[in-house]
Write a protein that binds this ligand. Structure first.
Ligand code: NA7
Length: 538
């Protein structure tokens, strides 16, 4: 029996395994992919790139890793992040701890023995005292339930299950369904190759230009000189990491001020400077953009105006313009040449909001009675986010309680780290924690450190079994669901609230109270005398 089974070998799982070994726990990692990387292993579609800056979308725990790794671009591409995680895994000698190509299908808590029994698709069973789910917030891809999908005879690809070998679209008619971050990133590159590209457009997203660039010697020198301050700024909320890492301080600080502090002209100047700087920073121009409708509207109008400048045909620009929801309540997309791509002669837009896709045939996609022929159909249709990877398993806690039942009204957690009735189980990047509403690399690292400290605390007390104490999960979940009401997030049908999955209970999945408050709360539970508030242990 192991001390710990860690499920998943992305950012969270790799560091968790290292931490556990450092603390003297025996641990095994189980990973469905053939390598480390998690989301960055699977999402190999052309253009896949992180929208958090590489300098901070990375670990901070090891000065040696910092010194030996050099990021080449402001926003790292999928292959570079994959190389980084492989480098870290090798540098820390983590691979021998992981079973690759091994998907966990079930995990059952054995009450009599106080341990988890974990079954995999390879037919093996692993037993461990503790179960840590580092399964990732966007790891369960979804294909929409469109009639006829199984009849399609061309090539059908989901962006998150992209084949390892590069695909060549030269001379092909390609369709893309979905214009979230994945669609937005891949559409311009597919359009450059394909003979014809049809984009099936439902909800229009706000897309801001990445203005990605190679990191210069000056950029790297600035980072070296300021990285401690920048990392501290990420935790205090002074820095967001979506584009402001190398930004001038005066511009960076606007995000901490309410919009009303500036005149309308000053606000336009700030928005323009941030737009010119590139990346998600235009979204955080003012501190109250996600809490005050009028501030949000001003930012949204600014962004809508930009679409008119980038798309030549005014009618097409209008068709691509998002309306009807607050900007940022659906994740803002960071792209390169997205709107400009629609100026190309080989790109066509089909409005599937006005007329939803009727069916898929052997040769194409039928909308409003017309078949659009395609040789390849790319589904950039997203994920069953945050909870999907967990509820896809047969995961049973005390008394055989299935996780699907425990979360039938939405995820219930304590600090996004533990679930009452699922003893000895912990989560990284899961629901009820900042997860996708934060720099996931940063918050994962924090949660790993927290879990290490928690398990070491139990061990020091000679305890081997814990559960959330009565009332604490209810109170944290209540707080998660209350704090979201102070923002505009809950107003929108997004995957942040589970709205993209038919039948999924509508509830905010990630904690919207901010990472500073989250960190302080998680740290405050370590009480004097070695107890941890909110947990009962035996
Ligand atoms: P998203 O952001 O969930 O985007 C999925 C897209 O697929 C979105 O535009 C959907 O439109 C569209 N979609 C889904 N089903 C359909 C059907 N049936 N018809 C037409 N269009 C459909 O997923 P991504 O992979 O782009 O990004 C997920 C996160 O990964 C991203 O935010 C980053 O954090 C990384 P809808 O909005 O539902 O109208």
């Amino acid at each position: 029996m192991f001390d710990v089974v860690v499920v998943g070998a992305g950012f969270g799982g790799v560091y968790m395994l290292h931490k556990l070994r450092e603390l003297g726990f025996s641990a095994i990692g189980l990973e469905a992919g053939a390598d480390v990387g998690g989301a960055w292993y699977w999402n190999r579609y052309p253009g896949a790139r992180c929208d958090v800056e590489s300098l901070v979308y990375s670990y901070s725990f090891s000065p040696e890793i910092d010194a030996e790794w050099r990021w080449t671009e402001r926003y790292a591409s999928q292959p570079e992040i994959q190389r980084y995680l492989a480098f870290v895994a090798d540098r820390l000698d983590i691979r021998p701890m992981i079973r690759f190509s091994t998907r966990v299908e079930k995990a059952i808590f054995d009450e009599a023995r106080g341990c988890w029994s974990v079954g995999t698709d390879t037919g093996e069973t692993f037993e461990a005292r503790y179960l840590i789910l580092a399964t990732g917030p966007i790891s369960k891809p979804v294909l929409p339930d469109i009639p006829g999908i199984a009849d399609f005879q061309g090539q059908l690809i989901h962006t998150a299950l992209w084949p390892a070998a590069a695909l060549d679209f030269t001379g092909k008619r390609v369709g893309v369904i979905g214009t979230g971050s994945s669609g937005v990133q891949t559409i311009p590159l597919v359009a450059e190759q394909a003979a014809h590209l049809t984009v099936f457009l439902r909800t229009r997203n706000f897309v801001v230009p990445a203005r990605n660039h190679p990191l210069s010697e000056d950029d790297l020198a600035k980072w070296e000189a300021e990285k401690d301050e920048i990392r501290a700024g990420l935790w205090s909320g002074e820095i967001g990491g979506a584009g402001d890492v190398l930004m001038a301080k005066d511009l960076r600080q606007a995000r901490l001020q309410p919009a009303a502090r500036y005149t309308p002209e000053e606000r336009q100047t700030i928005l323009q400077r941030r737009w010119d700087w590139g990346g998600g920073v235009v979204m955080s121009s003012f501190q109250d953009v996600l809490t005050k409708p009028e501030v949000n509207d001003e930012t949204a109008d600014f962004l809508r105006g930009k679409i008119k400048e980038m798309v030549n045909d005014p009618e097409l620009a209008d068709l691509l313009t998002p309306r009807g929801y607050y900007v940022g309540t659906k994740r803002i997309c960071v792209g390169t040449n997205y709107y400009e791509t629609f100026n190309r002669d080989n790109v066509e837009v089909v409005d599937v909001k006005a007329h939803p896709i009727e069916r898929i045939t052997a040769k194409g996609v039928v909308v409003d009675g017309r078949e659009h022929p395609v040789d390849c159909l790319i589904f950039a249709t997203g994920f069953d986010a945050l909870t999907g990877a967990m509820t896809a398993m047969d995961l049973e806690g005390r008394g055989g309680l299935p996780i699907q039942e425990a979360w039938r009204h939405g995820p219930q957690t304590y600090l996004g780290l533990a679930v009452e009735g699922f003893p000895n189980m912990l989560m990284i990047g899961g629901p009820g924690s900042p997860s996708v509403l934060s720099n996931v690399a940063q918050t994962n690292e924090f949660q790993v450190d927290w879990i290490g400290r928690f398990l070491a605390t139990l061990r020091a007390q000679g305890k081997t079994c814990f559960d959330v104490a009565p009332g604490f999960q209810e109170s944290w979940t209540h707080h998660v669901n209350e704090v979201v009401k102070q923002s505009l997030f809950a107003t929108c049908d997004s995957w942040y609230v589970g709205a993209n999955i038919p039948g999924k209970p509508r509830a905010i999945l990630a904690y919207t109270g901010g990472i500073t408050a989250y960190r302080d709360k998680c740290e405050s539970v370590f009480a004097d005398g070695g107890t941890v508030d909110g947990f009962q242990a035996a």
